[in-house]
Design a protein around this ligand. Structure first.
Ligand code: SF4
Length: 135
């Protein structure tokens, strides 16, 4: 059995606690607090202790979905982007840029969240950008 600990940062909130991912035979199986991390000093909240669970969850979305006639259907990324762009363009043309908004996630990096807010403000032209941590 091959076991290793991989240092990382909890992605659930902006506190940025240090964690150690326990990887066994290539599979992420547990999360431990990083005792030497200056932010959390070896402590984690309940979300941090369960940080690894969403990665292996059977409920995790592994492909984009589009809603057709009320049903969610698996699709390709290109088709999902095309559907989203068309829906945004149609709504913005009819009601203006403040008629749409973007929600970002704590499960992606700071850089991706930064790009999303830049895209929302500079490309779409609205300040309707929010984050799942405030929902
Ligand atoms: S362990 Fe809890 S407090 Fe620390 S970053 Fe994760 S969610 Fe936030």
């Amino acid at each position: 059995m091959n076991c290793r600990l991989v240092p990382s940062v909890c992605s659930y909130c902006g506190t940025g606690c240090g964690v150690l991912f326990e990887v066994m035979d290539g599979e992420l199986v547990a999360t431990q607090p990083l005792k030497t991390h200056p932010v959390n000093e070896g402590k984690l909240c309940i979300k941090g202790w369960n940080l690894h669970e969403h990665i292996n969850s059977f409920m995790r979305l592994k492909a984009p979905l589009v809603r057709e006639n009320g049903n969610l259907t698996k699709t390709t990324w290109n088709e999902a982007f095309r559907t989203t762009v068309n829906a945004f363009n149609k709504t913005i043309a009819e009601y203006g840029p403040d008629s749409v908004g973007v929600l970002v996630s704590a499960k992606v990096t700071n850089e991706e969240n930064y790009l999303a807010q830049k895209f929302t403000r500079a490309v779409i032209g609205t300040n309707n950008i929010d984050h799942c941590a405030r929902l």
